[in-house]
Every structure is written in structure tokens, then in C-alpha cells.
Design a protein around this ligand. Structure first.
Ligand SMILES: Nc1ncnc2c1ncn2[C@@H]1O[C@H](COP(=O)(O)OP(=O)(O)O)[C@@H](O)[C@H]1O
Ligand SMILES: [Mg+2]
Length: 357
């Protein structure tokens, strides 16, 4: 992405690059994939409606527990809006990166990107930086006022700003400092829309309850979406990915079966993160996908009841697979009792001892 502004005179570039920002956080950085086409229609219809409604609320908060698909939706929304010329800036927070979880970097990074997107914004920001070079050290509230609101107010630019996974940025307070800043200033920039995603963690919830933020926020709860809609999306995802794998391995046409998809979807428990972990597991380079799939379709019914991270789930599946091999289970046979030997043993181990980590 815009690691170095190639535009303007060198003193301008020098000043802009002097903002303490990160180049890792925007939607073009990293290797996040967007939504599979055809999934999440309900969310995108609402987002389209919100974006086009110029008189409506300025903030959209997409919330849901981990693994429900928030970041993937944010990625696709950013790509669509970027292609349409509507995206001003984006910041995808992540605990795996110091910079992407640093609350002090959010507004400077958004300002840096806005300067790249809009020459008029850049002029306003440069003026501010000449007189205020240390603004990056100030509180998020003051940063927002000076770096974002000032130049946007002056230029009346109409744009969209995306912040993904707000709950993943380090915030020592009991209320999100980013949301407090937003609540102070959002009414001064009515042409700007903010799309924010995150788990409904207390620090975020209390921010959205602020009297000046609450009325201007439209909320969408991914966990509130009708189960059949989520299941249909997950089935479409599983079928598409497994059919791709079947082609790569030249597997017979009736694999995966409808029953396989049904069981996988049931085991995913409305979590896209589980469904995508199943696909990662099945598409191993070392074993045949049909044998790997049989491990998941013979999971004990309550195997995923205890919430696991994607890494934990993958470990559980790998262990079950290996135990199945040692127990002489021949995964992939039509006899599911035989196929499940190792897993059943491991499943009862989990029930007795927890995850064992
Ligand atoms: N609509 C979708 N289409 C395809 N894959 C998806 C979709 N939603 C989520 N995923 C996959 O599921 C996993 C978890 O999704 P993610 O967006 O990271 O969840 P969250 O941000 O809510 O924790 C990711 O690996 C992602 O690729
Ligand atoms: Mg996420």
C-alpha cells in the first residue's frame, strides 16, 4: 500500500511520512480473503442501504462473537467501496501485530491514508503538521479532532472510514477511547461514514452506549441472523471449497455427499471460522481428502460445544486423525463406526479431561 507518498514536493512527503502511522493496516495489506460470492447477502443489503442513505446514521457497527465472519465482511465491503471510489481509509486491528493493536496509531494512520486518497485533505493535513508536528503523541480524542475532523470539515469531503476489530486494539480504559473520540466529533463531519466491527466486548459496548454516539449508530448483530440463513451461507462455502478440492484430486462426482455437508455445517455451529478450519484440515497435502473429511463427519455430536480457537480445533482434528490411523481406523470407508474409532476415543478423552492444553 501507500508506504511512501510518491506525490507532492519532498517537504510534503517528508511531513506526511513523519506521522507516526503503520502501513500494515489497510484493506490491501496482508492476505485476508473476502466473502465467498453469494454469502452474507443480508448484511450487504443493509450496508448498501446505510451507505446510500445520506440522511441516515453515520456509524454502522457490525458485531458478533469471534469467528462469525466480521473481518471477512469488512474486507469485502472495503474492496467494493474502494473500487467505487468511496473508501477513504481503513484500519484492520489485530492482536498479532504491535502496530495494528496500537491505539495511538489508528487516527494518524487513517489521516495518512486520507491524505493519499484526497489531495484537498492532504493540503489541510500538511498545514496542520507544519504547526503541530507532535500531534501523533496526543490523546486519540485530540488526534481525531486535529488529524481527521479539521481537514475533513474544511474540505467537506464525502467518504467512508472502516475500522475492523476495534476490540483487538490495546485500550487501557473501561470505554473505547476511539469511540469516545468519535462520540465527541462525529456530528461535525456529517459527510463521513464510519463502518466499525468488533466483538461486543465491554469496552466497545460502553462506547456505543454514549448518548452522543448511540443515536447516530446503526447496529447489526451477526449472532442475531436467522440460523437458516447462516447455515445456508456456510453450506455454500463448504460445498464450493470441497468441490474445488474434489476437482484437484480427481475425486468421484458424489463427493462430498449432501449428508457430509449437512454434518459439517452442523459441526460448524454457525461459525465460519470452524467451517474454514474444516476446509484447511481436509485439504492436507499429505493425506487423501476423503479420509480427512471422514474424521470431521464422525465427530461426536458435542465435540465442538466447548468453544475452541481455530488452532485448537485444527490440533484436535489432527490428533483424532493420527489416533485413528494408529487404532487401525480406515478413514474413508463407508462404515462410519470403523472410520470413527480414533476420534471416538479422542472425543471421550476431551469430555473427560477438557482440551488437554
Ligand atoms: N462469507 C465468507 N465467505 C468465505 N469465507 C468466510 C466468510 N466469512 C468468514 N470466512 C472465513 O472464516 C474465517 C473467520 O472469519 P473472520 O472474518 O476472521 O471472523 P471474525 O472476524 O468474526 O472473527 C476466516 O478464515 C474467513 O476466511
Ligand atoms: Mg476479525
Amino acid at each position: 500500500m501507500c508506504s511512501n507518498l510518491q506525490i507532492g514536493r519532498w517537504p510534503d512527503r517528508f511531513f506526511l511520512n513523519s506521522i507516526h502511522h503503520t502501513v500494515e493496516a489497510d484493506h490491501r495489506s496482508g492476505n485476508r480473503e473476502g466473502c465467498l460470492r453469494g454469502t452474507r447477502r443480508d448484511v450487504f443489503l443493509q450496508l448498501e442501504d446505510w451507505l446510500e442513505d445520506k440522511q441516515g446514521q453515520n456509524v454502522f457497527w457490525l458485531n458478533g462473537i469471534a469467528g462469525t465472519g466480521k473481518s471477512t465482511i469488512a474486507q469485502t465491503f472495503a474492496e467494493i467501496c474502494f473500487a467505487d471510489g468511496n473508501l477513504g481509509a481503513s484500519f484492520f486491528c489485530s492482536r498479532e501485530s504491535d502496530d495494528r493493536s496500537n491505539i495511538q496509531l489508528i487516527f494518524p494512520t487513517l489521516a495518512f491514508q486520507l491524505a493519499h486518497s484526497y489531495p484537498r485533505f492532504r493540503e489541510g493535513l500538511l498545514k496542520l503538521l507544519w504547526t503541530n508536528p507532535d500531534v501523533g503523541q496526543e490523546s486519540p480524542c485530540s488526534q481525531m479532532e486535529k488529524l481527521i475532523v479539521g481537514p475533513l470539515k474544511e474540505t467537506q469531503i464525502q467518504t467512508l472510514i472502516i475500522i475492523d476489530a476495534l476490540d483487538k486494539c490495546e485500550d487501557q480504559g473501561t470505554r473505547s477511547a476511539i469511540l469516545s473520540a468519535l462520540s465527541e466529533h462525529v456530528d461535525q463531519i456529517p459527510n463521513v461514514k464510519f463502518f466499525i466491527t468488533g466483538r461486543p466486548a465491554n469496552v466497545v459496548l460502553s462506547g456505543f452506549r454514549l448518548p452522543s454516539l448511540h443515536p447516530v449508530t446503526r447496529m447489526f448483530r451477526l449472532n442475531g441472523v436467522e440460523r437458516s440463513l447462516v447455515d445456508n451461507d456456510i453450506k455454500l462455502f463448504l460445498r464450493t471449497r470441497l468441490t474445488g478440492i474434489a476437482k484437484d484430486y480427481n475425486i468421484q462426482k458424489d463427493w462430498p455427499s449432501l449428508h457430509d455437508i449437512y454434518i459439517l455445517c452442523w459441526n460448524a455451529r454457525q461459525l465460519f471460522s470452524y467451517a474454514s478450519t474444516f476446509i484447511k484440515f481436509v485439504s492436507s497435502q499429505h493425506y487423501h481428502p476423503t479420509k480427512r473429511l471422514a474424521v470431521i463427519t464422525t465427530l461426536p455430536q458435542n465435540a465442538t460445544l466447548k468453544r475452541m480457537s481455530e488452532t485448537e480445533l485444527l490440533q484436535v482434528l489432527e490428533k483424532a486423525f493420527i489416533m485413528g490411523l494408529f487404532a487401525g481406523g480406515t478413514y474413508g470407508k463407508s462404515n462410519s463406526q470403523d472410520a470413527g474409532t480414533g476420534w471416538y476415543r479422542y472425543g471421550s478423552e476431551i469430555r473427560k479431561n477438557g482440551m488437554g492444553n
